[in-house]
Ligand binder design. Structure first.
Ligand code: ZN
Length: 120
C-alpha cells in the first residue's frame, strides 16, 4: 500500500522574515548558498514596490527551522556584538559595561542600563 503524500507537502511556503529589500535579498542569497531555496514577495499593502516598504522572505515549510538557524548565525556574523552581549547577559553581566549584576537585576547599578524591559 502506498501512503499518499499530501499536495501541500511539496510546496507549502511560509513567511519567515519581513525586512527591507536589501536585507531580504542578502538573506535569500545566503540561504541559497546553504541549499535552502527561498522566495521573495512584496509585503501586502504595497502595490508598486517603490515606496521603500518591506518585503517578505518565504521558505518551504520543511526548511523553516534550518532557515531560522542560518539567519540567526548570519546576523551574529554581521553583528558580533550581539553574540558578545548575549554572552555577557548569560553570565549575569551588564552588556554595556561588563559589571556583574546577577541574573535578576532590573538595571545595572554601575551604568544604569535597563536590563529587563518590564511589560506594562
Ligand atoms: Zn552597566
Amino acid at each position: 500500500m502506498e501512503t499518499p503524500i499530501p499536495e501541500e507537502a511539496h510546496d507549502e511556503w511560509v513567511v519567515i522574515k519581513e525586512e527591507v529589500q536589501e536585507w531580504i535579498q542578502k538573506i535569500s542569497h545566503m540561504l541559497s548558498e546553504k541549499d535552502i531555496p527561498s522566495r521573495i514577495a512584496l509585503a501586502p499593502g504595497c502595490s508598486a514596490g517603490m515606496c521603500g516598504c518591506t518585503f517578505l522572505l518565504l521558505v518551504a515549510k520543511k526548511n523553516v527551522q534550518a532557515a531560522h538557524v542560518n539567519i540567526d548565525e548570519y546576523y551574529m556574523e554581521l553583528h558580533p556584538e550581539i553574540r558578545e552581549s548575549q554572552e555577557l547577559v548569560d553570565q549575569g553581566r551588564c552588556p554595556a559595561c561588563g559589571h556583574h549584576v546577577g541574573k535578576d537585576a532590573r538595571e545595572c547599578p554601575d551604568c544604569g542600563l535597563r536590563l529587563i524591559i518590564e511589560e506594562a
